[in-house]
Design a protein around this ligand. Structure first.
Ligand SMILES: N[C@@H](CCC(=O)N[C@@H](CS)C(=O)NCC(=O)O)C(=O)O
Length: 209
């Protein structure tokens, strides 16, 4: 089986890219440019009308929404990155959805502020949005302390750890990550599949520093 994946370098699509490398699957990567010449071009909008990434193609069929793509791929390839049933699966999904539906939108607010607010309103709005993000990182550290780590669900790495580590690398200098959180980033980002993806996407990993 071979896949095609539409990506923006270092963005949330990188988690799907890492996952496909973890699975050892053949994938043709389409690295898009930001803006009118890439993700918003008429050619790409025909493929994915949202103009966003990730977008997966399999046998001519297309799929959007990173959380769903990750769940589908892990299930299809029976990957331990998403346990198949029971409480282990529930907790792995909880963390994947935390990254996809809570942490990612919190960052998206800062991107929206930078792109849309007049300069004189930006600083104050960013302060509020970044404080909300910092609270989420404090929550992650507290949960890792409580659960013992080293990963979000405990001893085994799951898909949520990958997406968490990808998001953490966005403007990493603006946030304070706790020691257990940084150790998780170090462990996840040093995996061969992750290193391969960073090289392909020309991304420097800064969140573990
Ligand atoms: N709900 C979507 C959101 C995807 C998303 O926002 N992707 C960002 C990159 S991290 C993007 O493509 N942004 C460009 C845009 O939406 O125009 C998902 O989880 O896949």
């Amino acid at each position: 089986m071979s896949y095609e994946l539409y990506c923006l370098s270092g963005s949330c699509s990188m988690a799907v890219h890492v996952l496909l490398n973890e699975l050892g699957e053949d994938v043709k990567i389409h690295m898009l440019e930001r803006g009118e010449k890439g993700q918003k071009s008429p050619e790409y909008l025909k493929i994915n009308p949202h103009g966003n990434v990730p977008f997966l193609i399999e046998d001519g069929k297309g799929m959007s929404e990173g959380g769903a793509i990750i769940t589908y791929l892990c299930d299809k390839h029976k990957s331990p990155l998403l346990p198949q049933n029971g409480w282990e699966r529930a907790k792995a999904l909880q963390w994947l959805m935390f990254c996809n539906a809570t942490l990612h939108p919190a960052y998206a607010r800062t991107f929206w502020i930078n792109a849309n607010l007049p300069e004189e309103q930006r600083e104050e709005a960013l302060k509020v949005a970044r404080a909300q993000i910092q609270k989420l990182w404090d929550y992650v550290e507290q949960q890792l302390e409580q659960g013992g780590g080293p990963y979000l669900t405990g001893k085994a790495v799951t898909a949520g750890d990958i997406l968490l580590s990808v998001i953490a690398n966005w403007n990493a200098a603006a946030y304070k990550f706790g020691p257990k959180t940084r150790a998780l980033f170090q462990a996840v980002s040093s995996r061969p599949a992750y290193q391969k993806t960073l090289a392909t996407e020309s991304v420097e990993y800064k969140a573990a520093a």
